[in-house]
Design a protein around this ligand. Structure first.
Ligand code: PGA
Length: 252
């Protein structure tokens, strides 16, 4: 049995005060349950406050990115060690917005994934094809190489702390969700890709999240698919009621 995960990617949203408000709303609404792990990823500057507010509540705090170096002349960047020092040991890596707007390459993501492993951080690793790639029938190839390029040099034990998030780029923030069958088809493919490289046990154990316009109205159907182990939620994670409804959908 794989425990489902519902992770909220806040992106560049919420000031410190708004972060406090949203976290307090979540603490009031959410009814923690062993069946679902809940994670939120506020912007870097709000992470210490989020950790403080959630120290006695079962919502984990994640970062949205990190650098692959330990320290040095990398203006504007944040290291794994800095995150761990404030109690954050989960990081989203390879989000399509990082790849598209900040030119994150396969080589950088391979280094970041390696750093997450070295520092024992949970790596929520995002993959997903663009619309053109899907239309050209290349979506399986694209996702396979995103996984292979960044993760296949890692040893088997690294996968204890890896979660894959499949986020078709054409579904992110567009209101256009992959159908539950499209999600299932790609999640199964990802599991098979991992089975070929690392064996069936690992493939059966790894959590694969779906992301891209997940809302209270479509979450239950997507999460009901056998290879979908929860979701990475953008827009709908910014409203406590919507996020709570999505967490509830993952419990059933
Ligand atoms: P969305 O974003 O739910 O707003 O589509 C998902 C994501 O980018 O993680």
């Amino acid at each position: 049995m794989r425990t489902k995960i519902v992770a909220g990617n806040w992106k560049m949203n919420k000031t410190l005060q708004e972060t406090v408000t949203l976290i307090n709303e979540l603490k009031n609404l959410l009814n923690p349950h062993n069946n679902v792990e809940v994670i939120i990823a506020p912007p870097f500057v709000n992470l210490p406050k989020a950790v403080e507010l959630l120290q006695d509540f079962p919502i984990k705090v994640a970062a949205q990115n990190m650098h692959f170096a330990d320290s040095g002349a990398y203006t504007g960047e944040v290291s794994a060690g800095m995150l761990k020092a404030i109690g954050v040991d989960t990081v989203i890596l390879g989000h399509s917005e990082r790849r598209a707007y900040f030119n994150e390459t396969a080589d950088m993501l391979q280094k970041k994934a390696h750093k997450a492993y070295e520092k024992s951080m949970t790596n929520i690793f995002c993959v997903g094809e663009k619309l053109k790639e899907r239309e050209a029938g290349k979506h399986f190839d694209v996702v396979e190489s995103q996984i292979a390029d960044a993760l296949f040099q890692l040893p088997l034990q690294a996968y204890k702390k890896i979660v894959i998030a499949y986020e078709p780029v054409w579904a992110i923030g567009t209101g256009q969700t992959a159908t539950p069958d499209q999600a299932q088809e790609m999640h199964r493919f990802i599991r098979e890709t991992l089975a070929k490289k690392y064996g069936r046990d690992l493939a059966n154990a790894i959590r694969i999240l779906y992301g891209g316009s997940v809302k209270p109205g479509n979450a239950a159907e997507i999460f009901s698919k056998p290879d979908v182990d929860g979701g990475l939620i953008g827009g709908a994670s910014l409203k406590a009621q919507d996020f709570n409804a999505i967490v509830e959908a993952a419990k059933s």
